[in-house]
Design a protein around this ligand. Structure first.
Ligand SMILES: *Cc1c(COP(=O)(O)O)cnc(C)c1O
Length: 432
């Protein structure tokens, strides 16, 4: 769990709503993952989960490499000093500019998602008189249960179907400027069960050998995807790294013995950043409607779309806590106990609160009937485990509120790592 901060002080200095990241927790998370997993398994951070350069900077400083899917993400990791050989570019609809940037920057590999894209890469590399290493993204004929979002064994816009890859015999000969030398597969996200990751990895390692034999290619690299999850909701349990270590590492040892020169890659986004982030919002109004209590806050689902709930009928809540009572009401502050950051013991009025935002839609519900102490305007609430797929994966322009501030706290020092959007920012791009 992340450290607690002087939330009222952070709110005074940086305002709310804001995303606050615990830099020390980020460092611990990547270090813990690297230490648990096979020393030859390289962790590539998926910038999609949190594109803030300061967040990437910490992960990179602790050994994360980069998996990017846009020019801005590529520029971010290059600017952070990432060696091109530690960058992968992936995505089902890459532009010609993006492909050219991969080649011109000498990226280790482009993860290619279609035969047409392969032809494009071949042409662009030929124009530059170079050969570009390419990994084929394979859509496996295998479906991982236990993942919240199954990616294999189904029609997908991602990658090339396993059967089509295995039948594409003359692929190498037809693309002389492509150095086809590995595969990638990604079988799901939010996986909380180590056995599922082991099952996926077993399948992908075997698939890599079958593809290598069928196409007659070297295996410079195998990217086994990843998708390690964090628990958000009641009843979910922490991913068991020890169990993964016990089962996965021997598997990789065996593969390593057969393929000593092959780079082994695991991608990770959510697992590395989710825990380190708290979305901090201030209560603006409290009210009651037909027996239900509401706390209307200055933040909302335009910054935290995931809190709306992922495809389930019953809304499940992210962990939401009272971080601090406001200045005005004379309660709470100074009664600090444990790690709950200046929050008083539950008192009369503790009960269920529906936490909403400023948007004019009933969907703008951050938490439904959350157990919280009595709330008043000025109180600070925190949505925990919010460091992944936060504002960058939310409709920040809805109702023209714009991006929230982002703050990084490392070694007790807090600094702004993204300014909140101003009205000028929001209006500057419109044309009459
Ligand atoms: C989104 C994505 C990831 C990151 O997934 P997490 O569940 O956040 O770890 C990794 N690889 C691919 C191909 C992805 O699309």
């Amino acid at each position: 769990m992340m450290d607690d901060f002087d939330w009222p002080d952070l709110a005074r200095r940086f305002g709310t709503p804001a995303y606050v990241y615990d830099g020390d927790a980020l460092a611990r998370q990547i270090t813990g993952l690297r230490e648990a997993l096979h020393p030859d398994l390289e962790i590539f951070f998926s910038l999609k989960s949190n594109p803030n350069p300061a967040v990437y900077g910490i992960l990179h400083a602790h050994g994360a490499r980069a998996e990017v899917s846009s020019l801005a993400e590529l520029t971010t990791v290059l600017a952070a000093g990432t060696a091109p050989r530690d960058i992968l570019f992936l995505g089902p609809g890459k532009s010609e500019r993006e492909l050219a940037a991969c080649i011109d920057n000498g990226l280790y590999a482009i993860v290619c998602e279609s035969f047409q894209e392969l032809a494009d890469i071949d042409r662009l590399a030929a124009e530059r008189d170079v050969r570009q290493r390419v990994m084929l993204r394979v859509n496996p004929a295998y479906s991982a249960s236990g993942s919240r979002l199954t990616m294999g064994g189904k029609p997908r816009q991602f990658g090339i179907d396993e059967a089509a890859v295995l039948e594409a015999g003359d692929l190498v000969a037809r693309h002389p400027n492509v150095d086809l030398a590995g595969i990638q597969a990604y079988l799901g996200t939010r996986i909380l069960d180590a056995d599922v990751v082991v099952g996926n990895t077993t399948y992908i390692l075997d698939l890599s050998e079958r593809v290598s034999a069928a196409l007659g290619i070297r295996l410079d690299v195998v990217d086994v995807g990843g998708g390690l999850g964090v628990p958000y909701f009641d009843g979910e349990e922490e991913f068991d790294l020890k169990a993964l270590q016990a089962e996965l590492n021997p598997l990789l040892d065996t593969f390593r013995a057969a393929h000593p020169g092959t780079r082994l890659i695991m991608e990770s986004g959510r697992y590395l950043t989710a825990d380190a982030g708290t979305y901090v919002v201030g209560v603006r109004y409290t009210k009651e409607s037909m027996g239900e209590r509401f706390a209307v806050t200055d933040g909302g689902t335009h910054h935290h779309m995931a809190a709306v709930g992922i495809g389930s009928f019953v809304k499940r809540n992210f962990p939401i806590e009272l971080l601090a009572h406001g200045d005005g009401d004379g309660r709470g502050r100074g009664d600090s106990h444990g790690d709950s950051g200046g929050v008083a013991e539950p008192e009369a009025g503790t009960g269920r609160w529906t936490v909403t935002g400023p948007l004019c839609t009933p969907n703008d519900t951050i938490g439904k009937k959350v157990a919280l102490p009595a709330l008043n305007p000025g109180d600070l609430l925190g949505v925990r485990r919010s460091g992944a797929y936060g504002p960058s994966a939310s409709p920040v322009l809805f109702l023209s509120h714009g991006y929230p501030a982002e703050v990084l706290v490392t070694g007790g020092e807090a600094r702004l790592i993204r300014e909140r959007d101003t009205t000028d920012d929001l209006l500057a791009k419109y044309r009459p």
